[in-house]
Design a protein around this ligand. Sequence first.
Ligand code: CDP
Ligand code: MG
Length: 703
Amino acid sequence: MPAMPISGGKAGQSDHRTNHFIARRQLILQQRKSLPIASVEKRLVEEVKKNDTLIVVGETGSGKTTQLPQYLHYAGFCQDNKIIGITQPRRVAAVTVAKRVAEECNVELGQKVGYSIRFDDMTTAATRIKYMTDGLLVREALLDPHLSKYSIIIVDEAHERTVHTDVLLGLLKNVQCARSKTSEINRQTDQKNFRQDQSEGFVLKPCQTSKLAPLKLIIMSASLDARCFSEYFGGAKAVHVQGRQYPVDILYTYQPEPDYLDATLITIFQIHLEEGPGDILSFLTGQEEIESVERLVQERIQQLPQENNKITTIPIYSSLPSDQQMNAFKPAPSGFRKVILATNIAETSVTIPGIKYVIDPGLVKARSYNPVTGMESLIIIPTSKAQALQRSGRAGREGPGKCFRLYPESEFVKMVDSTVPEIKRCNLSNVVLQLKALGIDDIIGFDFMEKPSRMAIVKSLEQLLLLGALTDDYKLSNPVGVQMARLPLDPMYSKALIVANEFKCLEEMLIVVSMLSVESIFYFPREKLEEARAARKNFSSSEGDHITLVNVYRAAADCLEKGKNSNMKEKTMEKTLNKWCRENFINYRSLRHARDIHSQIQGHVQQMGLNILSCGEDMLQFRRCLTASFFLNAAIRQPDGSYRAMASGQNVQIHPSSVLFRTKTDCVIFNELVRTNQTYVRNLTRVDPLWLPELAPQYYTEG
Ligand code: CDP
Ligand code: MG
C-alpha cells in the first residue's frame, strides 16, 4: 500500500475537515447529554414498555422531540423493521427536527432518519425514525388502516390541538383498539395451533392473519394540561420532564399600540441600541407581515452608523422552503445580532438557540368558522394567556431574558386561558371527507376529544353533498368522492381539478390551485406602491385574479425555459428567476413553493388518470370551469356597490389587492374571505350570473 503523504495540500485539507468533523460530533454528544431529558432516558423507556399509552409533558427545549425517538430506537422498538413515527402539526418542525436528528445519529437524511410531509417525502425503506405532519399520517391510514408499519406513534405538540391532531388522536385510539384485538386473536390462534401441534403432531401452518403487535402511543405536549389527554385515553399515565427555565423580565406598554408593526420595528432597534448582547425573537402573524418588517429593518439599518448596524434578520414561517428555514438555526456572523421574525411556529415547534429577547405583539392569525354561513376565514386575534407565557418563556432558555409585550398588562388579564381547539373553529369538510374515506360513516358519533358542533358537521356534510363527494345517503361517492379524498387538498380545490378535467382546462386549474395554496404571490411594499402596481399590470387580466395568477406562473416558467435553452446551470437559473421576481414585485419564495406544489399535484392527477389539457386562448371556457368549481363562493353586486355572498347572504367588499378592485362587475366567484374591520373577498374572477343555475343546478335554481 503506498504511504499516505503526511503533509501537502490535499491531506492537510482533509485533516482539517476530519478535525472539524470530530469537534462537531463531540459538541453534539455533549449537547445531547446535557439536555434535561437525558437524565430520565431509562425511566422513559421503562414507562413506554409498561404502558401502551403514555403522555409525556415537558418544557420546550427539554429534548422530547429530538431525543425520545432515538432512545426508543436504541431500546429495540424498531425490531422486525418496524418504524417509530413522530407527528408534528407543522411541516417546518418535521423537516428541521429530522435534519437535526439525522445529524445527531451521523446518518444521511432519508436513511435511518427521515421525514415525510405533504409534497415532500424524504424517507426510504431503511427509515426507522420518521418525522411527519399529523395530516400526513391521517392520509397514510387511508392506505393502511392499521398503520401496520409502526410500532410506536408519537403525537408531538399535542397541546396545539390542530384539527389534524384531534382527528389523528381519535383515529389512533381506534387503531390501537383494533391492533390489540388482532394481537389477542393471534395469540389465541397460536395457542390453539400449538396445542394441536403437540397432540396431533402435525406441522404448524403459517398464520394467515398478519401478526400485529399492539400499537404504542405517546402523546407529547409542552403545556401543563396533561389531564385532558390522560382522560381521553382512559386514564393513561403521564410523566413530566423537568425543563430548564431562567427568569424572564416581562415588560408591558402603557398604552395599546395602534400599529403593532411599527411598534415591533421600534422595539427591535431599542433592544439593539440599549440592551446587551443576545438574539431577538419577534412574533408576527404571517408571511406578509414578516416580509414587510424584514424590509423595514433592512432600510433602517442603512441609516445607522456603521458601528451600530450589525443586525441580520431571519424569517421563519410554515410555508418557507425548508432550506431557508434552516437559516434560523445557524448562528449570526460574529459581532452581529440575529433578529428572528417568526409566526407562532417559534412558540413551541422549533427551538432556536441564542434567544435572549422576545417581542410579542400579543396577536396570532387563526382560522375562524361560522357554521351558520358555512364560511371559514382567517382573522388576527389576541393570543391566549398560555401562548403569551409560552412566547415569553423562549427568552429564558439559556439565561435570564426579557420579553417585550406590545400591549398593556390590562390586555393580558383579558386574554382567554388557552386557545380553543381548531376543530371547533374551522370548516370540517376535509375532516369529514377523510373520515368517510376511512370507512367511518357516523361522524357525529365519532369519538373526538372535543366534539365540534353538530351544526358544523351537518354544514360540511351538506357541502360535500353539493360537491358530489357524497351520495344521497351520505356515503362516499365513487369515483368523485374517492378521488377527492385521495388529493391532499381542500375538498373544493380537489373538486375543481376533477371539474377542470371535464372542461379540458386542467392545465390552467392546476396552476391556479398551486398558486392559491401559497400566501400572496404579489407584494406591494408601502414605499414603492406605484411601481409595484405598474409591474402587476404586465400580468393582469381584466377577467380577474385567477387568470392573472396563471399569467404570472407562465411568465416565470418562460423565464426558466429561456435559461434552460441557453444551457444555464440550475443554480444560475434560480438566481435569474429570483432577479426576475424582484423586478416584477413577485414573491420569489411563494412562487417557488407554488412550483413545488404544482409538480406534486401534477403527479397525483396523472396517477388518477386525468388529462392535463389546456383551454388555450378560450378563457370563457376557463371562467365557466371556475364557476362550476367554486359556485359555493359566488357574490353578486348590490345597487350600493357592495357585494352579497350568495351562500351566506353576508355583505362583502372586494379586497384592494384584487385586479377587480374598483371595477363594476356584476357577479364574481372568490376563493378567500378576509376579515379585518370589514369582510373582504380575495382572488376573484368575473362570471356571468346566469352560469350559476346552468353549471350548479344542484344549488341554484333559476328565477
Ligand atoms: O421537543 P423539545 O422542545 O422538548 O426539544 P427538542 O426539539 O428535542 O430540542 C432539544 C434541543 O435540540 C434544543 O436545545 C435545540 O436547541 C436543539 N435543536 C437544534 O439544535 N436544532 C434543531 N433543528 C432542533 C433542535
Ligand atoms: Mg418538541
